[in-house]
Each structure stands twice: as structure tokens, then as C-alpha cells.
Design a protein. Sequence first.
Length: 584
Amino acid sequence: MLLARICNAGYPEEQFAEQQALTSKSKDWPALLERWLDGLDLKPSTAYALTGFGDGSHILALLDVLPKNSYVFCGEESLESFVSNSQESTVSRILEDPRLFIGVGELDADFFESLSRIPILELTNAQALVFSPIYNQSGKYYASFLTEFTKFFDYWRKLYGTNVTASGRWQKNTFKNASYLIDAPDIEKLRGAFSGIPVIMVSAGPSLDISLEFVKGHESGCLIIAVNSSYRALRKFGIVPHLVIAADPYKYTDKGFEGVSSLDTALICPFIVNPKVVQRFQGRIFTWSKNNLLASYLRLVVGKAMGSEIQEIGTVSACVFDIAKIVGSPAIVFVGQDLAAKSDGQLHTSDSFYADLGANYLKEEECRVVPGNVTESVKVEAKLYVYLKSFELLAQKHGTDLELINTSEFGARIEGIPFVSFDEAHRFLKRFSSDDLERPLNRVREALAGNDSSKKRLIEVLESISLYGSSISKIALKGALVLEEALLNSRASLKSSLSKAESLKRDLEERLEGHSDLHKVMSDGALKHERTLHARAVQSLSTDEGVNLRGAEELLEYFWSEAEGAVSFYSDAESGLQAASKEA
């Protein structure tokens, strides 16, 4: 993103006088940098937001003293200044440092895009670093930068945290669902099926309680898509969604379908969704899989094409942007997409599994206040705030290809998706609506019929995966036990035990490299979380230990992470194999 902004801007014809004054160092400049650094309380495992790039000399000085496992995200207002100063050799050295990330110009999603590449889960803190000579040039901009940095850091931390901590569950569900989904058509099969027909996307916010009549009035002329949490309310009101999206891997996901029929509705889901949902809609399912390495691997090795990529970004409702573009819809009308609580604290529609679980009201201590659609402010839970940022990012990305409106009166204001009344939404839909959905719905039925079975080949693949994971776990466990015994019972022989363990590590790495595709797949599952825990454990080890002891403890943590990840991999594959054998 930074490179794109530089290329689009070109090189300035004139230098800004203030920046020239700043970058021409006086005789006091080294003393200024020394005083600045002396005043900083730098900590390890921290992300620092630094105000301004200038000529980079303060950044170079900062990187020289930056603690272990810390990173710097530098915000720079002036693209012209950055381009003009980035030719110096000092700046080249800075840009090559992997601990530095930069945003330049407008404080939008592109500015903060590189935050996603910082290992956020390994960090314990985020702090501001103010470099006054640059900050004072544009205090308003840099104050906004520090505020937005905090918001985006929190956003990426929550998203990446889910990706890591849930990776084991995603792996388990993918294996369990494989026998049901391996022959299900990819959503790409519906490419252009609903060309020119608008989507009504129904979520489960509290405004759904007053929106059901609106949806009912348009079910014959619009593609009605529900999420699992709004599905029950629609069905009980007599509305049969044409499609429903479910993506969460947890048990509560299936609760949205309890007590109502699933007939005449097709499910769109990834391989990670809760298996009960998949079994409920068996034979009426479209999938996506490109952003799931395990699912993609299974599809490819049984002879299927690579699956589509649907961006969820934390919330299942967000999938509708990509789905709408695939099916050819020109517009999305959001219903029940509040992303906020009502004034009484209600978070979801009255008839939802959230109410069943007693989780339908806001916890005041866990909320933020943001602008509302019809009120000055609304309260937003931390999780919903992440979803709000996701929607704003996706609206920015897709707003030129899709017309987007939101009917959620009680909701948070979503930049890029303007709020309209039901009357305005009626008029909006009249521009598109068709009275005949039979032809596109026939496309849905045709796409679901007559897919060739890949079950036999799937069983063979799952057997080989299970053997691979088992072989990896045996070597890793052997290495862990060698070191555990030495550390507990015979530290006198620690050096020889460490040598034996290092030999086992080489054997393990050779086996991993010999099956690089499976290694990548396994590394994207439960092993991903185990390696994160390993990194934290290594950071907590004492630095005062002797070389052999420190090395043995680090290697022990490595073996346990690899062993536990591999055991999960092959045991989950075994579960998938049993399910596939029953289906076959």
C-alpha cells in the first residue's frame, strides 16, 4: 500500500520549508536525539506508534536501542516529504529493518494495512512515541494518528487472535465436515445466477424486530439471504430465506436452526462451520474454501478445483459482499445490521438463540460509544466494534461495485453504508426488483444436483494424512522425553542429552521438509496455536541460565509444541476418516 501511494504521488517539484528545516541537522541534533531516547521507557514485546518520519535519523537511533521482540509503526503525514527524504542511505537502512512498519498520508484502512503483518499476539502492549520536532509541525494529524492506531491495533489483534486460538477447532471441524462437503458445489457455481437482482441481507440485530414486514414485502423480488442467528425469526414470521450463511465453528451456531424447517433454503458455509449445521442441510450446501489450507488441500488432492475465497473478517454477515458479487447482484440492503445495542441494552432480535442463552443484553463495562444512524451515539460491545470496522473496510473496498444501504434504525453509523428509512428502501428496491425469481432459483437447484462422488479418494487421502501426523508426533515426543528426563533426573548428562535432542530435531525437520504441502497444512491448524504458546514460553525463560540449560529448555518447548500440534492433526484426521468411511 505504501509503494502504491508513492508511485501515484510521484516526486515533488518543491520541498516544504518546514521539512527542509527539520531535516537539515544542527549541531545540537545528536544531543536532541540522545535526550529523547533517554526520556523513553522502552519495553520488550511492545508495538510503538511513532509520530513522523522526517529524515529517519530518530528512527535509526530508536531501532538501535529497541528492546527484543518490539516493533515500531511510524505514521507520516506528508507523502511528499517521505518521497523526497527516502533517497538517503540512512532511510534505506531503516526500510530494510523488519521491525519497522510505515503508514503515510490519509489515516484510512490502507494506511494501517501493514499492522496485519506484525506478530500481534506475541506482543503484550501498545504505546505512543511522540517525536516533538515532527509532531509539532502538525499536532492535529499526529493526535488523530495515535487514536486511529489504537483502534486498528485492537482490530487486528482481535481478528488475528481468533485466527490463532480457534485454529484447532477449525481443523477439527474441517476434517469432520470433509465427507459431507467434499462433493458440495462451490459458490462459484452460482456465478451470475441472480444478475440484476438485489440482495436483502438479514442479520440478527435488535432492529430486526421491526423489520420483518419490510423483508416479507420483498421476498418475491429480491434474493433474501439470512445469517444463522436471524434464520429462526424469519421462518417463524413466514419468510423462507433463499440462502443462509453460517460460518462459526461453535455449537451455538446450530441453535439458530432449531425448531424450524430448513427445507427450500440452501446453506452457504466454509468447511470450518459446526458439523451439526452441515448435517442439517446435507445435499443443499454451497461452500467456499480458498482461505482454508486444509480444505483447499483436500479438494485439490481428490481432483476438485480450488474453492472460492469469501472474506468473513470476523463476522458472518460480512460474507455477503463477496457472495453478492459472485451471484451478480448490483445492490445490498442490510436489515438488522445494527452492530450496536438499543437504548435498553438489547443486542439481538428478540427471537434468537442469544436470548435462549441469556446473552441478549449489553455489559456496560465492555462497551464503546460510537455515532448512531438516527441518534448522536450508540453503545457497541468490543466484539461488535471489530465487526463495525470490518464493515467499513469492506464498504470501502466494494462500494464502487455494489450499491449499499442500511435500514437498521437503532444501529451504529457505518461509513460507506448510509442509513435509509423503510420507505426510502422500498423506493430503492423498485429500481431493481424482479417479479420472477424462478429462473435464478432453478440455477440454485441445478447446481446442487448431480455432483460426482469423491468419497473413495477422500478416504485414501485421510489415511495418508493420519500416518503423516502420527510419524511427526512420534519423533517430537521422543525428543521431548529425552530432554524431560535429563532436566528432571540427570542434569550432569544434559550436554549429551541436548546433542541427542538436536539430532532428533534435524530428523524431524527433514521429515517436515520432505512433505512440504502437508507441513504447511498442519502448520495452519492446531499447531499454529501451539507455536504461539511456544513463542511465549521461550520469552518467559530466564536469561540467566547456562547455555546448555537454556538451550535444552527452548528445545523442549519446541518439541512439545510440535508434538501436540501433530497429535491433534492425526487424531482429527482419524475422526474425519471414520465419518468418511460411514458415508461411503
